[in-house]
Each structure stands twice: as structure tokens, then as C-alpha cells.
Design a protein around this ligand. Structure first.
Ligand code: SF4
Length: 351
């Protein structure tokens, strides 16, 4: 394989694997995976060769493989919603979500380098749309002076070509009441060669710019991913990570501890651990919030506070995020607040 091609993100995307036959060149698929790949429906399957190579030696239960390759786990019985968060109810113009007073999210593109099987926007991703469709979103921000913070999300904004991304950033930052930009991206994991010196030069013009990456398991922190993260941090972008609590991927203390420590060593602040949405196709990934709470409370004390993210559930509609853990509070009564340490020791505070 020509190394220059391999390290070129556009080559990776152009040669992405999109079918069972493509994937069979890399991986011995199980019957369950073959069946699911033949019936993926609207939520397309696609992974770049870089990710496929990383899956070459994996078994069918590998935490990496179950996140990207469809299998029978996607057959939901109880979870039937395609838009669990009811995002359509706070989308005043196409491709713009306005849930909180001073900030909005722009659905910059519907494409991603690889499609995560637990994606909360599985109903939208994997369909192309042109940049002009963002004009109403930009106009909306111009007309709402209370909007100071704009999140570029999607899909994955870093899947856009540099000149398109620059055009979007230029338009947003030229609005005087917008004070900061955030970008949510999974490319450092799924397509780390996307983080190029030229991309950094583009992004540097639009500081303050915060970048939140999405990492769910330490196996995602490949050598290439670590380099991509270093390039972003060295360029001065504050990096956070948003993970999703997923059964069979990271629903145990040791994996989460390792993940959060490694992120912190890479200068990435573990920011949120999301409760998996009750979404069609995600049932097998869902973990009880009671278990999630125990996992995070067990880490709170074991790890530096900097390494422990907030464990949150995004509620449908405008309710927004609710913090589930860390929380040592167990009860309040008779002027006493009762707390429990991560080792299970009880104590109380007079209130
Ligand atoms: S990268 Fe993000 S938006 Fe794209 S499929 Fe994965 S979770 Fe969904």
C-alpha cells in the first residue's frame, strides 16, 4: 500500500468500505453481521480502510467492532423511537437546533467518516446535503443576538473540505454577538489523517474554538489518534471528550478508569459520559442508569476529579441534560445531609 495514499484522508473516504463484500476483504464476518449488513436500511454502514485495518484481528464481541459493524444487536424490541431527543421540536430552521438560551448547534453535514451503530442521529446521518442549506441557520443566528456560542456538529463537521469549513466558520465568526465556536468530531478516532497542518491553519483563525472528540474505549486511542490529538492540543485548542456508556464496550470500572486516565494524559478533559439514548437500534447498548451511577461514583475518589466526567442523560425535548453522577448524596432528612464515599463509608453534614 502506498503510504501517501493511506495517509490521505480523502483517499480513505473515497475508498471507504460500504458493503459486506468490501468488508470481507478485511474481516471474517459472522452470520449475524452478514445478515445485518445486507439489511442496513436507511442508516448506512461505512468505514474507512484505516478503521477496517484496525478491526482485522478483532473477534465479533470486540468493543471496537460492535460500535461500527452492524449485527443482530440492532434489532430493537422495546426502543422504537428514531428521534428520542425530539430534536425536531427545537429546530426552528433546517439544520439548526436551539435548545438553550445563548447557544445553538448547527448540523453542519450529515456525513461522518464511520457510522457508529449507537448514533443518536442515526435517522439523519449518511445522507449528503450541500452547504447552501446552511444559509437559513446562519441567518437565524444573525437575527438572534442572545446567541453567543455556536456548536458545529452533524454528522461530523471535520468531514467537510477545508475551504467549505472555512466558509462556514468565517460566516459565523463575522456575526458580532457570536463569541465562541465549538466543534464536535469523531475524526481523530475514525479518520485521524483528517487532522492535517492545513486544517489546523484554518481552525487557528477562528479561536476561541473548543473541540470535543468522542472516544468510548481505550482501544480507540491508536498511535495515529494520539498524534492527531497532539496536533490539536499543541495548536492551542482546548480538547474535551464526550463518551457514551455502552454495554459490551465500556460498562465496567476498569475500562472507564483506563479510558479517562489515558485521555487526561493526552491532555483531553473527559467532559461528559452520556447515557445511551432509548433509540431504535440501540437497545443492546443500553446500560441501566443505576449501574452507570455506581460506575462513576466508584471512580470519583479513585481518580483525580479532572479525570471524572459528568455522567449525564440528555432528556427528550427541552428538558436538557440531567446530571446523574458523580454524586455522593444519598439522602436528606432531619437537618442532615447523608453522604457516601467511593469506598462506601457513610457520613453526614448538618444543614
Ligand atoms: S461520528 Fe457522531 S454523528 Fe457520526 S455516526 Fe458517530 S456518533 Fe453519529
Amino acid at each position: 500500500m502506498d503510504e501517501n495514499k493511506w495517509n490521505n484522508w480523502k483517499w480513505q473516504l473515497a475508498n471507504s468500505l460500504r458493503s459486506m463484500d468490501d468488508l470481507k476483504k478485511y474481516i471474517t464476518l459472522t452470520d449475524s453481521e452478514c445478515e445485518a449488513l445486507q439489511n442496513v436500511g436507511e442508516f448506512a454502514f461505512s468505514i474507512p480502510p484505516f478503521m477496517a485495518e484496525r478491526l482485522r484481528e478483532s473477534d465479533e464481541n470486540s468493543p471496537l467492532r460492535i460500535q461500527f459493524i452492524p449485527n443482530h444487536r440492532e434489532c430493537s424490541v422495546h426502543f422504537t423511537s428514531k428521534d428520542y431527543l425530539c430534536e425536531g421540536t427545537f429546530e426552528p430552521v433546517p439544520n439548526l437546533l436551539h435548545k438553550y438560551e445563548d447557544r445553538v448547534a448547527i448540523l453542519t453535514t450529515n456525513c461522518c467518516a464511520a457510522y457508529c451503530r449507537h448514533c443518536t442521529r442515526s435517522r439523519l446521518v449518511s445522507q449528503h446535503f450541500g452547504k447552501n442549506l446552511l444559509n437559513p441557520a446562519i441567518q437565524y443566528i444573525k437575527e438572534h443576538e442572545n446567541i453567543a456560542d455556536v456548536l458545529l456538529t452533524g454528522g461530523d463537521p471535520l468531514i467537510l473540505e477545508d475551504y467549505i469549513l472555512e466558509d462556514v466558520l468565517e460566516q459565523i465568526t463575522s456575526i458580532s454577538h457570536v463569541k465562541m465556536i465549538r466543534i464536535g468530531t469523531r475524526t481523530p478516532v475514525t479518520l485521524p489523517m483528517r487532522i492535517t497542518p492545513n486544517l489546523i491553519r484554518v481552525l487557528e483563525k477562528y479561536k476561541p474554538l473548543y473541540i470535543n472528540i468522542h472516544v468510548n474505549h481505550p482501544m480507540e486511542l491508536s498511535h495515529e489518534t494520539r498524534n492527531a490529538i497532539s496536533m490539536l492540543v499543541d495548536a492551542g485548542f482546548p480538547l474535551g471528550s464526550q463518551s457514551v456508556l455502552l454495554r459490551g464496550v465500556n460498562d465496567n470500572v476498569d475500562v472507564l478508569e483506563d479510558l479517562f486516565k489515558q485521555l487526561l494524559y493526552l491532555r483531553v478533559k473527559p467532559y461528559y459520559l452520556y447515557q445511551c439514548d432509548e433509540l431504535k437500534g440501540c437497545e443492546a447498548f443500553w446500560v441501566s442508569p443505576l449501574k452507570g451511577r455506581k460506575l462513576i461514583n466508584a471512580l470519583n475518589g479513585k481518580l483525580s476529579g479532572m479525570a471524572v466526567p459528568k455522567y449525564v442523560v440528555d432528556m427528550p425535548g427541552r428538558l436538557g441534560k440531567q446530571i446523574i453522577a458523580p454524586c455522593n448524596l444519598t439522602d436528606i432528612h432531619d437537618n442532615e445531609m447523608f453522604l457516601e464515599s467511593y469506598k462506601g463509608q457513610k457520613c453526614s453534614l448538618h444543614i
